[in-house]
Ligand binder design. Structure first.
Ligand code: UTP
Length: 457
C-alpha cells in the first residue's frame, strides 16, 4: 500500500500535489487505488518529454529499392518462407489508439469497413493471419495490443466472433499502458473524482507492454525470431510477407522498415533517413523545406522514403533492449481534453504524451529499409470521410483487386461507385489469387465479391 505521506512529498516535489485535494472524501478502496496510481506514475519522465535534438547531417538510409527487390526476390522469399514454416515469425497488431478522427466510440477495429461482406477491420486483419496460418501449416501467433480504451470491447468482439476462425489461443491480447494527460501548465488532471485523466501511451507503448505483459519473454522462449508489426487501421497491411521476413534473415537485421516513395516532396509522412550512422524515422514537422528537397551524392532526394508504419522487428533485438531497461521516450503534443474540474466536466487545451514506435529504429545498429508499392500495401482508415477514410481505403483495395483480376485475363470495367472485394481467405496476395483463380468469369462490370468457397476440410 502506498505511504500517503511519502507520496504527498513526492507529488509536491513534482508540482502535482493539487491532485490530492479532496481525497479524504473518496471511499476507502477508491482512495487506495487512486494513491497507488499516483505513486506509480513517473512524473519526472512526464515533465521532461523528448525535445528532438537538432539533426546532424542527413544521409540516405540503406533501402532495398524495387530493382534490388526483384533481383533478390527468389532468395528472400525462400528465406522468409522457411522462417514462417519453422514457427519463427509472429504478427503484432497495435489497436490501442482512441480513433478520435474516425469518430466512432467503439475501437477502430470494430468498424465495419468492407462494402460487400460488411466485415470489420478486425475481421479483415484476423483473416489475413488465418490465411497465412493455413498456408504455412501452423498457427502463427497473433498478438493484439489493446489499451484500457479498447481492451474490453476488443476481447468481446473477437470472442463473439469465434476469433474469426483462428485457433484457440492463437490470439494473444495484451494491453498497453496509459500516461496522465496534462493541462497546458503541465499539471495533472482528473477524469472524475479519484481518477486521473490519462491517455494510451502511444504505439511505442507496445514495447513496454510486450515486456510488462510477459509476451516478449514468451516469444523468446518459443524461439520466435521475428515480429511483423502492423497497425490496425491499415486494411491492406500484409502479414504474409516472406520477402520482408527473408530480408530480416538475410541481413541479420534488428529492424526492417517498410518505406514508400513519397508522392511529392511535401507529403506529410515520417522519413527514413540516416544520421550519425543510425537510421531514424523523422517526422515531417522536424525538417526544413530545404532539407526536404536536399539531394545526396547519388543525385537522389535524401528524404524520398516515407514510412507507412509497417516494420519487422527482431525478437533478439527487442530482448536486448528489454534487458537493458530501455523504454521509448515520451513526446508531447497539444490536444483538446475533457477533464473534471469543480464538480463538472470541462473542455480545455492541454497535452497528451505518447511513446513512438519509430524511436526504437534509432536504437538498432542493423537497420535496413524495404521499398514497397503503396497501391498494394497501404490503405489507412484515419478519418470519417475524404482522404484516409473507410471509403478511400475500400477504393484503394478495390483498385488492387481489379489489377489482380486483369492480371488473370479478366475484363474489368467498373461503373462509378462500384467496387470489388476479395476475401483474404480466398487470396491474401496477388500470387495466391493468380494460383487460385478458376476463370469463373471473363468480365467484371459491376460490384463484385469473392469469398472463400472451398469446403471446410
Ligand atoms: P494513430 O496515431 O493514427 O491514432 O494510430 P488513432 O488512435 O488510431 O487515431 P486518432 O489519432 O485518435 O484519430 C496509429 C496506430 O497506432 C495505434 C492505433 O490503434 C493505430 O493502429 N495506437 C496509437 C496504439 O495502439 N496506441 C496508441 O496509444 C496510439
Amino acid at each position: 500500500m502506498t505511504d500517503a505521506f511519502a507520496l504527498a512529498d513526492h507529488l509536491r516535489a513534482a508540482g502535482q500535489d493539487h491532485l490530492l485535494a479532496g481525497i479524504q472524501d473518496l471511499p476507502a478502496d477508491q482512495r487506495t487505488a487512486f494513491l497507488d496510481r499516483l505513486a506509480a506514475v513517473d512524473w519526472q519522465e512526464l515533465a521532461t518529454p523528448l525535445v528532438p535534438p537538432p539533426l546532424g547531417v542527413l544521409k540516405s538510409s540503406r533501402v532495398v529499392d524495387p530493382a534490388e527487390r526483384i533481383e533478390r526476390r527468389a532468395a528472400l522469399t525462400a528465406a522468409g518462407e522457411a522462417a514462417y514454416r519453422a514457427g519463427r515469425t509472429a504478427v503484432l497488431m497495435v489497436a490501442g489508439g482512441q480513433g478520435t478522427r474516425l469518430g466512432s466510440s467503439a475501437p477502430k477495429g470494430c468498424f465495419q469497413v468492407a462494402k460487400h461482406s460488411g466485415k470489420s477491420i478486425y475481421q479483415l486483419q484476423a483473416e489475413k493471419v488465418l490465411s497465412l496460418s493455413r498456408r504455412v501449416g501452423r498457427a502463427v501467433p497473433f498478438l493484439v495490443m489493446t489499451s484500457p480504451a479498447t481492451d474490453a470491447e476488443t476481447r468481446e468482439f473477437f470472442a463473439v466472433n469465434g476469433d474469426f476462425g483462428l485457433a484457440p489461443g492463437q490470439v494473444r491480447f495484451f494491453s498497453q499502458g496509459t500516461v496522465p494527460s496534462l493541462a497546458a501548465d503541465g499539471k495533472g488532471l482528473l477524469a472524475a473524482p479519484g481518477r486521473l485523466l490519462e491517455n494510451p501511451d502511444g504505439h511505442g507503448g507496445c514495447f513496454t507492454a510486450l515486456v510488462a505483459s510477459g509476451q516478449l519473454a514468451r516469444l523468446r522462449a518459443e524461439g520466435v525470431a521475428w515480429i511483423v508489426y502492423i497497425q490496425v487501421d491499415n486494411i491492406l497491411a500484409p502479414v504474409d510477407d516472406a520477402v520482408l521476413v527473408g530480408l530480416g534473415e538475410q541481413e541479420s537485421a534488428e529492424v526492417v522498415t517498410k518505406v514508400l516513395a513519397k508522392a511529392h516532396p511535401d507529403e506529410k509522412v515520417g522519413h527514413l533517413v540516416r544520421v550519425d550512422g543510425r537510421d531514424h524515422i523523422i517526422e515531417y514537422t522536424e525538417v526544413t523545406p530545404e532539407q526536404t528537397r536536399a539531394v545526396g551524392p547519388d543525385g537522389q532526394v535524401i528524404l524520398r522514403w516515407g514510412s507507412p508504419a509497417m516494420l519487422l522487428w527482431s525478437v533478439g533485438f527487442l530482448g536486448r533492449l528489454a534487458d537493458a531497461g530501455y523504454r521509448p521516450p515520451l513526446h508531447r503534443s497539444a490536444k483538446p481534453l475533457k477533464a473534471w474540474r469543480d464538480g463538472q466536466t470541462v473542455e480545455l487545451k492541454g497535452w497528451k504524451s505518447e511513446r513512438f514506435i519509430f524511436d526504437m529504429v534509432t536504437e538498432a545498429e542493423a537497420s535496413i529499409g524495404l521499398a514497397i508499392d503503396r497501391s498494394i500495401e497501404f490503405a489507412p482508415v484515419k478519418n470519417a470521410s475524404g482522404d484516409d477514410s473507410p471509403a478511400s481505403a475500400v477504393a484503394i483495395a478495390s483498385t488492387m483487386y481489379a489489377d489482380w483480376l486483369r492480371a488473370a485475363g479478366v475484363r474489368v470495367e467498373l461503373p462509378p461507385g462500384a467496387t470489388i472485394e476479395i476475401s483474404p481467405l480466398f487470396a491474401a496476395t496477388r500470387e495466391q489469387f493468380l494460383a487460385r483463380w478458376d476463370h469463373r468469369t471473363v468480365a467484371v462490370t459491376g460490384d463484385y465479391y469473392l469469398e472463400d468457397d472451398r469446403p471446410i476440410a
